[in-house]
Design a protein around this ligand. Structure first.
Ligand code: FES
Length: 74
C-alpha cells in the first residue's frame, strides 16, 4: 500500500500505509505494530515527533490542498 499522509486541520499529519520513521541518525522509531501514526506539526507534543493531542485548542491551520509551483532546475 502506498503511503498516504493526511494533513489534519488544526492538528497532526496522519501517516498511513507502508512507511518507517527514522531519526537524524537513521535509527528507526519502534511503532509497536502500528500501521497508522500521527506526527505532530504544532511543536507542543511531549512525545515528539508523535502527536499526543496537545494541539487541541492551541494550533490553527485550515488544511486545504493546493499545487506547489513547478520545481526549478538546479
Ligand atoms: S499536532 Fe498534535 S500535539 Fe502537535
Amino acid at each position: 500500500m502506498a503511503t498516504k499522509i493526511t494533513v489534519n486541520s488544526n492538528g497532526s499529519l496522519k501517516v498511513d500505509g507502508d512507511f518507517t520513521i527514522v531519526d537524524k541518525d537513521g535509527n528507526e522509531y519502534g511503532l509497536g505494530g502500528r500501521t497508522v501514526v500521527s506526527i505532530c506539526r504544532c511543536g507542543q507534543s511531549q512525545k515528539l515527533p508523535f502527536c499526543d493531542g496537545s494541539h487541541k485548542g492551541q494550533f490553527v491551520h485550515d488544511a486545504k490542498a493546493y499545487d506547489l509551483p513547478p520545481k526549478k532546475d538546479a
